[in-house]
Design a protein around this ligand. Structure first.
Ligand code: DX5
Ligand code: ZN
Length: 219
C-alpha cells in the first residue's frame, strides 16, 4: 500500500487546526511540512511551518515528514530535532560538501529520525547514489521547489523509474517519495514509475472530500 503525505503548505491558516484533525480522520499517513528559507527558494515559510509542526506534534501521533528547502541545513536540523519528526529531507543541491552531507544524515539518524535526500528536477540521481546506503528515503521533486499548485514535470518520473531500477539492482530497501503536482491522474504514473510515498497538497486541500481524495491517491 502506498502512503500519502499531505502537504500543508497551501492550507487556510484560519482553519489550520480543524484541517489537521480532518486530514487525520481522512487517513493521511503523514503531514508534509515544507520549510523554505527565502534563500534556497524565494518564499520564506520557516516561521509558519515551525508553528504548524509544533502544533501537529502536540495533537497527532501521525508522522511529520519535514522537507527542508533551505541553505543552512544544520541550523534547521537543530530546530526540528525536538519535534521528533518521522523524516527529515534536505536538498543535495544545498549541501556544501560530502563531509557535511554525511554529517547531517548522521545527526538526523542519531536523533531517531529517518534521513532523506531531496533532488530538484534538474538534478540527476547520480548525485545521491553514494549516500543511498545511509538513507531511508529519496525525495524526487516532481516540480521546481518553491510553491504548491504547480504541474508535475513528466521527465521527473523517468528519474523515479531509473532510481527504482537502481534500488532493485543493488538491493537497497529504501522508499521513493514524489512531491509536486500529484493528483488522481499523475499519481497513477508516479506509482507506475515506482514511487512509494506520494506528497500532495493542493489536490487534497482543494477537494470537497479529503477521505476520497486520499484514497484516490492510495488506490
Ligand atoms: C513545493 C513543495 C511541495 C508542494 C506540493 O516546493 O515541496 O510539497 O507544496 O504541493 P502540490 O501538491 O500543490 O504541488
Ligand atoms: Zn515538499
Amino acid at each position: 500500500m502506498k502512503r500519502v503525505s499531505t502537504s500543508i503548505l497551501t492550507l487556510d491558516k484560519e482553519d489550520a487546526v480543524k484541517t489537521f484533525y480532518d486530514l487525520e480522520v481522512a487517513h493521511t499517513d503523514m503531514f508534509h511540512i515544507d520549510v523554505m528559507d527565502g534563500k534556497f527558494v524565494e518564499r520564506d515559510t520557516s516561521e509558519l511551518m515551525k508553528d504548524y509542526a509544533t502544533t501537529l506534534s502536540h495533537i497527532t501521533n501521525l508522522g511529520l515528514d519535514v522537507h527542508f528547502m533551505v541553505e543552512n541545513i544544520e541550523e534547521y536540523i537543530d530546530d526540528y530535532i525536538d519535534l521528533n519528526p518521522e523524516y527529515i529531507s534536505f536538498h543535495i543541491e544545498a549541501s556544501k560538501t560530502k563531509e557535511r552531507t554525511i554529517e547531517n544524515i548522521n545527526t538526523i539518524k542519531e536523533n531517531g529520525i529517518k534521513a532523506a535526500l531531496a533532488i530538484s528536477p534538474d538534478t540527476s540521481i547520480d548525485e545521491v547514489k553514494e549516500y543511498i546506503p545511509y538513507l531511508h528515503m529519496i525525495l524526487v521533486m516532481t516540480v521546481v521547489p518553491g510553491k504548491g499548485g504547480q504541474k508535475l514535470i513528466p521527465e521527473t518520473l523517468e528519474k523515479v523509474k531509473e532510481l527504482r531500477k537502481y534500488l532493485e539492482e543493488e538491493n537497497y530497501d529504501i522508499d521513493i517519495e514524489v512531491d509536486g503536482g500529484i493528483n488522481a491522474e499523475t499519481s497513477e504514473a508516479a506509482k507506475e514509475a515506482g514511487a512509494d510515498i506520494l506528497v500532495a497538497g493542493s489536490y487534497i486541500l482543494s477537494s470537497e472530500n479529503f477521505k476520497e481524495a486520499i484514497s484516490n491517491l492510495k488506490e
